[in-house]
Write a protein that binds this ligand. Structure first.
Ligand SMILES: NC(=O)c1ccc[n+]([C@@H]2O[C@H](COP(=O)([O-])OP(=O)(O)OC[C@H]3O[C@@H](n4cnc5c(N)ncnc54)[C@H](O)[C@@H]3O)[C@@H](O)[C@H]2O)c1
Length: 255
């Protein structure tokens, strides 16, 4: 059987837990050497080494940190062929009192972070004239949720950045795509449940499949876009993996 990422070196940002961890595990099962970049350097190293790759502390919002992580990864593993921009935070609050700090943190990690990692790793990929980038957006790129002004803005920006990078780099061997997950059971969603901004039953009722996504269901979509066997002619696409959430336009009653 051909493994889809055989001998590929793949970086997953925010890969120490949640959807990123599922992507790291799925990639490793498909033959990739996975390198995890996460604010949690200990968790990143632990999982990376468990999967036969490595992990390091990196803040995707810092140019210096991303530059250093890129250099360390290339020194350790020779190259980077796949980049998954997954790191994210969910900061919710009323728009009229949302602080500059809450706004700046959200945008720095989920928008500027995608810019920095794509640019710095992208330069290396352009030199090699080969690479695949997958950005993790969200249904919130299109679906407005109250109290998520910065989150929705950043995730919409990710769709736009995916398209611009895709058309700029398409004829230089780089594909750039995105996945927009629906509500997926991770620590980030648990935080929303604990804070009372996610009503589990209402979310289930609103989703045509009437359940949350599993992290590995997102990881499989990322694998499809990341690997050159399946995704060879796909660039500039954002794939919604949301149990039908975005398609739902009908009246929803409690079940
Ligand atoms: N869970 C969902 O329902 C859902 C839905 C749509 C989109 N997403 C997106 O999927 C991605 C992963 O979400 P998750 O639910 O797995 O979250 P999570 O909170 O479980 O994991 C996020 C990871 O990102 C890391 N991280 C945070 N800031 C970082 C930074 N500055 N630099 C490096 N790493 C950083 C954290 O340490 C953590 O390991 C995020 O971009 C999120 O917005 C999640």
């Amino acid at each position: 059987m051909t493994l889809k990422l055989e001998s590929k070196v793949a970086v997953v940002t925010g890969g120490a837990t949640g959807i990123g961890e599922a992507i790291a595990r799925r990639f490793a099962a498909e033959g990739a050497t996975v390198v995890i970049w996460d604010l949690d350097g200990i968790g990143a190293a632990r999982l990376g080494e468990e999967l036969g790759g490595s992990g390091l502390a990196c803040d995707v919002a810092s140019r210096a940190s991303v530059t250093e992580a890129t250099a360390t990864t290339i020194r350790r593993h020779d190259r980077i062929e796949v980049l998954v921009n997954n790191a994210g935070v969910a900061i919710a609050g009323p728009s009229e009192t949302f602080s500059d700090d809450q706004w700046d943190t959200s945008i720095a990690i989920m928008q500027t972070g995608v810019f920095l990692c794509s640019q710095i790793v992208g330069r290396h990929m352009l030199e090699r004239r080969s690479g695949s980038i997958v950005n993790i957006s969200s249904i919130n790129a299109w679906a407005a949720f109250p109290m998520r002004l910065a989150y929705c803005a950043a995730k919409a920006a990710v769709v736009a950045m995916t398209e611009v990078l895709a058309i700029e780099w398409a004829d230089r061997g780089i594909r750039v795509n995105a996945v927009a997950p629906g509500v997926t059971r991770t620590a980030l969603v648990q935080k929303g449940i604990d804070e009372g901004v996610i009503d589990v039953e209402a979310y289930r009722a609103r989703t045509p499949m009437h359940r949350f996504g599993e992290p590995d269901e997102i990881a499989r979509a990322v694998l499809y876009l990341a690997n050159d066997l399946d995704g060879s002619f796909v660039t500039g696409t954002t794939l919604r993996v949301d149990g039908g959430w975005s398609a739902q336009g009908w009246i929803v009653r409690d079940r």
